[in-house]
Design a protein around this ligand. Structure first.
Ligand code: SF4
Length: 141
């Protein structure tokens, strides 16, 4: 039984942009819309055969490798500065700053709830980003 194509794959705004007939590149900020932070960055770490920790299950080429488990612990990498920066960029809707994520479109068959995002911002002392997030995503504060 087929589960069909993930929504993220057909929902990528970049793919639609690449197909635009006028050929002009739009301002990335105009494409942020209500694209949710990708839950892969919180929920699906992948460890490659050689010990590299990938930021998500879609990164089989290691474009957004977080580092090697030969050099650091899982917690140091998964909860460290690189992953925190990736997650904050997604919360802010700055997907274009991570090319792999920009072209991917994200995982949509499971999600980060608004409560999870708020709790993450709180844990990291970044509740200042919450109002802009609720505005962008159209969720109540
Ligand atoms: S947007 Fe794509 S590449 Fe980025 S974390 Fe999500 S699944 Fe991975």
């Amino acid at each position: 039984m087929s589960r069909g194509k993930p929504k993220g794959a057909k929902g990528s705004k970049l793919l639609r942009v690449l197909k635009a007939e006028d050929g002009r590149a739009p301002d990335p900020s105009s494409l942020r819309g209500d694209r949710m932070p990708c839950p892969g960055l919180w929920k699906t770490p992948v460890i490659r055969w050689d010990g590299e920790l990938m930021a998500c299950c879609a990164d089989i080429d290691g474009e957004i490798s977080v580092g090697s488990l030969r050099d650091a612990t899982f917690d140091e990498l998964w909860f460290g500065d690189v992953m925190t920066n990736y997650r904050m960029l997604h919360i802010e809707g700055r997907f274009e700053e991570i090319p792999k994520c920009w072209s991917c479109g994200g995982i949509n068959f499971y999600k980060m709830s608004a409560e999870e995002v708020r709790a993450y911002l709180d844990e990291n002392g970044r509740l200042d980003l919450w109002p802009a997030y609720t505005d962008r995503m159209g969720v109540s504060a």
